[in-house]
Write a new protein. Structure first.
Lengths: 330, 788
């Protein structure tokens, strides 16, 4: 596994700690906010098949959680101070971390790590901007431990892998008690921390449909420092153009950290499609994306700044795609 | 010769030219760190790594109110919880219910009122951590909230809520030199500005831990990562109402301190000791990261008004400054320790900068508020005021249309200069040389150009700029109790034990101090073992602060080494038949100065010394020349020697996002003598990164007294990826009072970095940030709002 932390050791380390206190404990934001609770659970299952996972989740309806890398879940359990009856570790399911290119599709297993994604030759060749996004997640430790599935199921508006997958119009393959279903990623996120998954379902795979060879894509992330930071704004853009006319044939814009979920800037896309790609049209598309974003103010930045940055980053991302297209031989 | 010369340093405390470098065996060499192997291999135990078995778990119940009266504390339900051994409230404190590094104004357990969010209102000891946490939730405290005050300026107004009985103004320190009115009349250009600096967290990697073990004989041991074990001991004794001799403080290796663990180890140490004392059982406490951020000391925030005047040619005529220094809820290391100790006095003394200014007037107010409290943090008040004088000098240069280098060169200290406090700088001062060397290395004159117009900035996506800043920093703490002791023991096999109370916290002190002992004794560095600082064993050393360790403790170690070396040389003299005065010890050998073929091994001499009943230990005690300072006039000699530094930074500003990237920092220091050059470089690089964080991202965000960014998800510090190219440069203008000419280096490097970066930002995009940190959003808005 290269330099990474061997998977099994991590699970082992996690296994050692288990004292369970029932139900949801305190979340009194003012008076008790200094009582950080150690994450706790009663049982830890390391399952070997998706079916097994689903079965346990169904049996312990609502009182169990899927754990993959645990980089989001454990932090959240500590911060919000809740315990669960069982954790279901899916990282040892054979094949669930595979990255394959098959019949023109790219299939990404849910427990592939950001490190796997950033180093995958399939992605580097066919969906480089996803590899780019993966390589900018957190720190080397987080990239070794975290997973694609966790990044998406955690449903943070700042999930770095979401914008590139949105512009590729990826689908989520979900396994549950009643079999499997596929959901377009566009409708996967339903709110901050919320997805279409029900408590006994797991995300198995992400499927990226066939990509146009003459399109270019890029991912840009703006943080407060150069590494180990969540995005203030992240942008992924996919662009194809008519070379003679320099008109936009295909444009998709994915935005992170600027709305309750990762979003597509569809009005900006609609504006640009069929138009000549010049300074004015690009700037107007960027303005449109700004209007479509609805960022919040928090300790990291004001909503006003985030919105301004959507404009800057969208414009830059489109220009970068253009540069790449112009450098590309067809 | 070497022995004689150093005797002069120690007795007369004056004039001595240190040895030429070539004559030294261990000093000035890049020896391997004493703790390097254990740290790199992960074997070294930090406080939290010690076995928890047999310890009760202690926790603090903290106030959710910034200011409130405590009406009732009901502990009955919590006491009944299985596993709970003790719940303590204010009445349970046997002695003084207060602690503090200078003034014991912080209750161990608040009884009448709480003064900030995070104040301790009860202590719990339980068999398990879970039970302790559960018990905290069951303690019922009834508060009567009081109106609170969150700004030093507000707190000074009449009628402001009183944080402490005696009012909010804790200390006033002034400087009065010459007549500033006259000075400003003489001035042809005057610049006046207000700057503000935020609370900053030390962000030491290792959160605080304390293990307290009571003994049958009425003594108590407290172990933990303490930056100043003697200060912890001094606080525990009166709280438990026992003599200091019954308290033993033992240091565990610190995973970073930066001044923070001078305070926090008192806080956690006193509380753990109290729980252990009352339960008669060993108690262990560990603060969570969020608890550290919430409740321990930080770098003081300050609002500083400053005004400087100069002649057309750049000659400074006057400086006036008013410092509103926010102390927060408790005094910590803010107030005066006579004559010139404490953060506040230091800030006032440093505000005029390393410049010759004939007329100076500074008023510094240190004010209580209902925020967390300010304490010692690398630079001790200097980073704040350095940001101010180095910003305003640049603003003045712009007004004068001068190169900021030339303006500094024209006015800064050199040999014989007189400071704003009237101190004559009569030795070890190579500030101008650090400027010249840094400028050569950085190619300052090639790279500097006047700042651009708004149009020029808007034309490009990225723009580079350069900036510089200079600084001075004391060695020592400016108090009468700056003295420190050392014991050196030589064994019959030539191995050596060194007792010192200076703590190793990553800075490398123990390596440097061992080098000094080895050099003086004439043994190798690996022959010297430093025992863990333990107040039962090692002599009083004062705190490991003020960039004082190498210089002050180094001298004490030289004295101790010389004392024991006398026995060894006497024994060697008996063996060789050569008078002791003619003997030289070097690299485990003792030989005749005049006939170097005649010699004996060091261990041979040591064996004979023991066998013939000679004294096998040496003691040393050294205190710097007595400091002087008058808080009303600000006149005196507050610190006996200063380190000088020039830093030059290049930045690249993203004109559309406001993001600042620091490309390069060149930093040149006059440190007297680098006992261990690679450790000095380590201090320089680490310090610059800390200064970079101060400039660009670090800030404890407070809302109604509550910290908003409690952990490292929200509290930003720079990562390795944010590191610029750093070029450390060392100049050595020997300090006549220092061992081998050394001065302090620990704090200086993080001081001029922030203004150098901010000056470079102004140079790149023409906007000036006067309130730190200059994060992207702030720079963005400043560029937006720029007129013309
Ligand atoms: C220091 C640090 C830095 C970080 N930096 C970044 C960053 O820069 N960018 C970024 O996007 N994220 C960042 N993160 C967040 C996190 O690391 C990533 O989102 C990571 O990909 C989460 O994966 P995981 O496997 O660890 O998730 P887990 O914590 O294991 O799971 C997260 C959530 O998803 C659920 N879940 C996981 N897998 C599945 C599945 N297959 N099916 C159903 N439910 C599932 C879990 O039940 C849980 O609710 C950072 C985290 C830390 C601690």
């Amino acid at each position: 596994m290269g330099v990474g932390w061997p998977r099994n050791d991590v699970s082992q380390a996690v296994l050692k700690r288990k004292t369970f206190q029932k139900g949801k404990v305190m979340r009194d934001p003012v008076s008790k906010s200094h009582l950080w609770k150690k994450p706790c659970w009663e049982k830890y299952f390391r399952v070997k098949t998706p079916g097994e996972a689903v079965q346990i989740l169904e049996e312990l309806q609502g009182e169990s959680r899927v754990i993959a890398g645990g980089t989001d879940l454990l932090a959240r359990m500590r911060q919000e101070g809740f315990g669960v009856k069982a954790l279901v570790d899916i990282t040892c399911i054979p094949g669930l971390g595979e990255i394959r290119s098959e019949d023109g599709l790219i299939r990404l297993g849910a427990v592939a790590t950001p490190k796997d994604l950033s180093q995958s030759s399939v992605l580097r060749e066919k969906a480089f901007c996803l590899a780019q996004a993966a390589s900018q997640i957190g720190t080397p430790q987080i990239r070794n431990l975290g997973t694609l599935g966790g990044n998406l199921c955690n449903a943070s508006p700042a999930a770095d892998l979401a914008p590139p997958l949105l512009i590729f119009e990826a689908k989520a393959k979900i396994a549950g008690g009643k079999g499997e279903r596929e959901v377009p990623l566009d409708s996967f996120f339903t709110g901050p921390g919320q997805t279409v998954l029900n408590p006994s379902e797991i995300l198995k795979e992400i499927i990226i449909p066939e990509l146009r060879l003459d399109a270019s894509a890029t991912f840009l992330k703006l943080g407060r420092r150069k590494a180990a930071d969540l995005a203030l704004v992240s942008v992924a853009v996919l662009l194809a153009m008519d070379r003679k006319e320099r008109t936009c044939q295909l444009i998709r814009i994915g935005l992170g950290s600027v709305a309750p979920t990762p979003i597509r800037a569809k009005q900006a896309e609609a504006f640009l499609i069929g138009r000549r790609l010049d300074d004015r049209s690009i700037q107007e598309a960027a303005q449109s994306a700004m209007r479509e974003s609805q960022p919040i103010s928090d300790v990291r930045a004001s909503s006003q700044y985030r919105r301004e940055m959507v404009g800057v980053m969208v414009e830059r991302a489109i220009r970068k795609c253009l540069e790449q297209l112009e450098g590309k031989d067809v | 010769m070497k022995g004689e010369k150093r005797k002069v340093i120690l007795k007369e405390k004056k004039v001595e030219i240190p040895l030429a470098k070539e004559e030294l065996e261990v000093v000035g060499k890049q020896v391997i760190r004493k703790d390097g192997y254990e740290k790199v291999t992960g074997r070294l135990k930090f406080g939290a790594d010690f076995d928890k078995a047999g310890f009760l778990h202690g926790k603090v119940l903290r106030s959710p109110h910034a200011h409130a009266l405590i009406k009732k504390v009901d502990v009955e339900k919590a006491k009944a919880l299985p596993g709970v051994v003790a719940i303590l409230t204010a009445e349970d404190v046997p002695g003084r219910n207060g602690f503090g590094a200078i003034i014991p104004d912080q209750p161990v357990i608040c009884g009448e009122k709480v003064r900030f969010i995070g104040d301790g209102v009860a202590l719990v000891a339980a068999e398990s951590e879970e039970a302790a946490i559960e018990a905290l939730k069951l303690i019922d405290v009834e508060y009567e909230p009081l109106s609170a005050v969150f700004s030093p300026v507000e707190a000074m107004k009449p009628g402001a809520p009183k944080v402490h009985e005696n009012g909010n103004l804790l200390t006033t320190v002034r400087i009065r030199k010459g007549d500033t009115e006259k000075g400003f009349q003489e001035a042809e250009v005057i610049v006046e500005q207000t700057y503000s600096l935020p609370f900053v967290e030390h962000a030491y990697m290792e959160p605080d831990v304390a293990m307290a073990i009571p003994h049958e004989d009425g003594t108590i041991t407290v172990k933990g990562p303490m930056q100043a074990p003697f200060t912890v001991r001094r606080n525990i004794a009166p709280v438990l109402h026992i003599p200091i001799s019954k308290v033993q403080c033992v240091q565990t290796h610190l995973g970073g301190g930066f001044g923070g663990k001078e305070d926090s180890s008192i806080d956690i140490g006193v509380r753990a000791a109290l729980l252990a004392w009352k339960t008669k059982r060993p108690v262990r406490m560990e603060y969570e990261r969020e608890e550290v951020t919430l409740s321990t000391a930080k770098r003081h925030p300050m609002i500083i008004q400053c005004k400087v005047g100069a002649k057309r040619d750049g000659t400074l005529t006057a400086l006036e400054g008013t410092i509103y220094n926010e102390q927060g809820a408790y005094a910590s290391l803010g107030p005066i320790i006579p004559p010139a100790g404490g953060t506040h006095a230091h800030a006032v003394i440093m505000l005029p900068g390393p410049y010759v200014i004939p007329h100076v007037k500074v008023d510094g107010y240190l004010v209580y508020t209902n925020h967390p409290y300010g304490g010692a943090m690398r630079g001790f008040g200097a980073p704040q005021v350095n940001f101010v004088h180095e910003s305003i000098i640049d603003e003045l240069a712009e007004a004068l249309q001068m190169n900021p280098y030339d303006l500094r060169m024209k006015n800064c200290f050199e040999l014989g200069s007189v400071t704003a406090t009237g101190q004559v700088l009569d030795q070890s001062i190579a500030l101008k040389e650090t400027m010249r060397s840094a400028a050569d290395q950085f190619e300052w004159f090639k790279r500097w150009r006047p700042p651009p117009s708004k149009e020029e900035v808007e034309k490009v996506e990225k723009r580079r700029g350069v900036g510089m800043a200079i600084g001075w920093y004391r060695t020592s703490i400016g108090t009468f109790s700056d003295g420190c002791g050392a014991n050196v023991y030589v064994h019959e096999d030539g191995s050596v034990i060194l007792h010192t109370g200076i703590t190793e916290m990553g800075q490398g002190s123990h390596t440097v101090l061992a080098q000094i002992a080895a050099e003086e004794l004439g043994v190798r560095i690996e022959d010297v073992r430093i025992v863990v600082p333990d107040t039962d064993i090692v002599p009083e050393a004062g705190p490991t602060v003020g960039s004082r360790s190498t210089t002050l403790m180094g001298n004490a170690i030289i004295m101790a080494s010389q004392a024991v070396k006398a026995s060894i040389l006497e024994a060697a003299s008996e063996i060789l038949g050569v008078p002791a005065e003619r003997l030289v010890a070097r690299n485990r050998l003792i030989f005749d100065r005049d006939d170097q073929t005649r010699g004996v091994e060091f261990k041979e001499a040591a064996r004979r010394a023991l066998a013939t009943g000679k004294r096998m230990m040496g003691q040393g005690w050294w205190a710097p020349p007595r400091p002087s300072f008058d808080v009303e006039t600000g006149q005196g000699y507050p610190y006996f020697v200063y380190t000088y530094n020039t830093q030059m930074a290049e930045v690249e500003v993203d004109t559309k996002t406001g993001h600042v990237e620091v490309i390069k920092v060149v930093a040149c220091f006059d440190i007297g003598r680098a006992i261990n050059p690679i450790l000095v470089e380590g201090q320089i690089e680490g310090g610059i990164m800390m200064g970079l964080g101060y400039a660009m991202m670090e800030e404890v965000l407070l809302k109604e007294g509550k910290v908003q960014n409690l952990n490292f998800q929200d509290y930003m510090i720079p990562t390795a990826m944010d590191a610029p190219e750093i070029v450390p440069m060392i100049l050595e203008d020997p300090n006549r009072y220092g061992p081998f000419g050394a001065k302090g280096i620990g704090e200086m490097p993080n001081i001029p970095t922030a203004p150098a970066i901010i000056n470079a930002v102004a140079n790149a995009v023409g906007v000036r940030i006067r309130d730190l940190p200059a994060h992207s959003e702030k720079v963005f808005h400043a560029m937006r709002g720029r007129r013309g």
